[in-house]
Design a protein around this ligand. Structure first.
Ligand code: XUL
Ligand code: CO
Length: 433
């Protein structure tokens, strides 16, 4: 035991009336919703990078956090893992996620970095064996070190492509060894700053071949988890190739990977792309590529990816409604890709940020499940499309354009517009949030 979270109790459910800040007010892991425990619906994960690796910098200032595990040694990496699992225990989260760079010190050579990773993976494996918390996904940080400055798989230098292959292979091996439920690829540097120096066609083709190689390797090692792409339109690159769900789908189709790869959708990334979170989830579900969620919120004024903890349950309820409509998670989960603000220095801030985020999601899920159980929203949607249940409507789709056109004269059609009932449906929503 370290003393980092000393005096902070394990967080338990006490209900909405409790004034205890070290308690859940809405997240009761055992509450049954639609035949499933809330914990199994939400599948919460804590992100190693924001809580344990981020020093608290912003574009105008450096480190604000002084954590006893900061430093590049294996001993400190193990201390970090000890504290991380203490936080996971306090929160009772079933999952966590990490990048290689979060958990191990960078070595002077690839071989040294790999040795460090292997050693910490063994340590994390021991932790997982004696704790509840398991790995939701692993990933490679191919955006922080200067070698990735011009991209990883899309780098103009083939040596960097090879380095990216070695890095992802090592991280897939680590994830597989720790029985991770998924493997994530987020391409922060897989994009460009200026087209003046960029061969966009070649870069996209290299990214596509790289992803095919990832999928081939997954099957080779027998990794059963899902491979997930995390779309984001820009930041850090001016333009990123995995812009949004629709763009990723087109990319997967081009490289024959639409049955092999799914998406990890992040709230803040959806907003940056000019979409709503629920749009991205609904679209991924419609395309059959919905995988997992990175839960957070952006600051809606600054326009940056501020990775704040969610605190608006009404906003998230619409997203969870789409997740329920999609049939819920299979291998995915709700990963808090969120960090406390740089002034939030106290260990308690880390815990309470997650408590608030978990309660926000639980409230959102409960609203969504209640609306789903009520059934009026789905009925209204079904009613709107009821015409398509008629046999003559199905014939419109199976026949030709001329046959569809001929129906207008044959039946003397003069369709009358009907109300979309948006405000009535919004009022219905309000009864449940
Ligand atoms: C960056 C981001 C990453 C990915 C994992 O915006 O979301 O943390 O989730 O690399
Ligand atoms: Co993310």
């Amino acid at each position: 035991m370290t003393d980092f979270f000393k005096d902070i109790p394990a967080i338990k459910y006490e209900g909405p009336a409790s004034a205890n800040e070290f308690a859940f007010h809405h997240y009761d892991p055992d509450e049954m919703l639609m035949g499933k425990r809330m914990e199994e619906h939400l599948r919460f994960a804590a992100a190693y990078w924001h809580s344990f690796a981020w020093p608290g910098g912003d574009p105008f200032g450096g480190q604000t956090f002084e954590r006893p595990w900061f430093g590049e040694t294996m001993e400190l990496a193990k201390l970090k893992a000890d504290v991380a699992f203490e936080m996971f225990d306090i929160l009772g989260v079933p999952f966590y996620c990490f990048h290689d760079a979060d958990v191990r010190p960078e070595g002077a050579t690839f071989a040294e970095s790999k040795r460090n990773l292997d050693e910490i993976v063994d340590y994390l494996g021991q932790k997982q064996a004696s704790h509840k918390t398991q790995l939701l996904w692993g990933t490679a940080n191919m955006f922080s070190h200067r070698r990735w400055m011009s991209g990883a798989a899309t780098n103009p230098d083939p040596d960097v492509y090879a380095y990216a292959a070695a890095t992802v292979k090592a991280n897939m091996d680590a994830t597989h060894k720790l029985s991770g439920a998924n493997y994530v690829l987020w391409g922060g540097r897989e994009g460009y700053e200026t087209l003046l120096n960029t061969d966009l066609k070649a870069e996209r083709e290299h990214a596509g071949r790289f992803l095919q190689q990832v999928v081939e390797y997954k099957h080779k090692i027998g990794f059963k988890g899902a491979i997930l792409i995390e779309p984001k339109p820009q930041e850090p690159s001016k333009h990123q190739y995995d812009y949004d769900v629709a763009t990723v789908y087109g990319f997967l189709i081009q490289f024959g990977l639409e049955k092999e790869v799914q998406v990890n959708i992040e709230q803040g990334h959806a907003i940056l792309a000019g979409h709503s979170f629920e749009h991205e989830i609904g679209l991924a579900s419609a395309l059959g590529i919905f995988g997992s969620i990175d839960m957070n919120r952006n600051d809606y004024q600054s326009g940056w990816d501020t990775d704040q903890f969610p605190n608006n349950h009404a906003e998230k309820a619409v997203a969870f409604y789409e997740i329920l409509r999609a049939g819920g998670y299979t291998t995915g989960g709700t990963n808090f890709d969120a960090k406390v603000r740089r002034q939030s220095l106290d260990p308690a801030d880390l815990i309470l940020a997650h408590v608030g985020g978990m309660d926000t999601c639980a409230r959102a899920l409960k609203s969504a499940a209640a609306l789903m159980a009520d059934g009026s929203m789905e009925k209204a949607r079904d009613d709107r499309y009821a015409g398509w249940q008629r046999p003559d409507a199905a014939a419109l789709l199976s026949g030709s354009l001329e046959e569809a056109a001929a129906v207008v004269t044959a039946k003397d059609l003069n369709p009358q517009p009907v109300s979309g009932r948006q405000e009535r449906l919004e009022n219905l929503w309000n009864r449940f949030i």
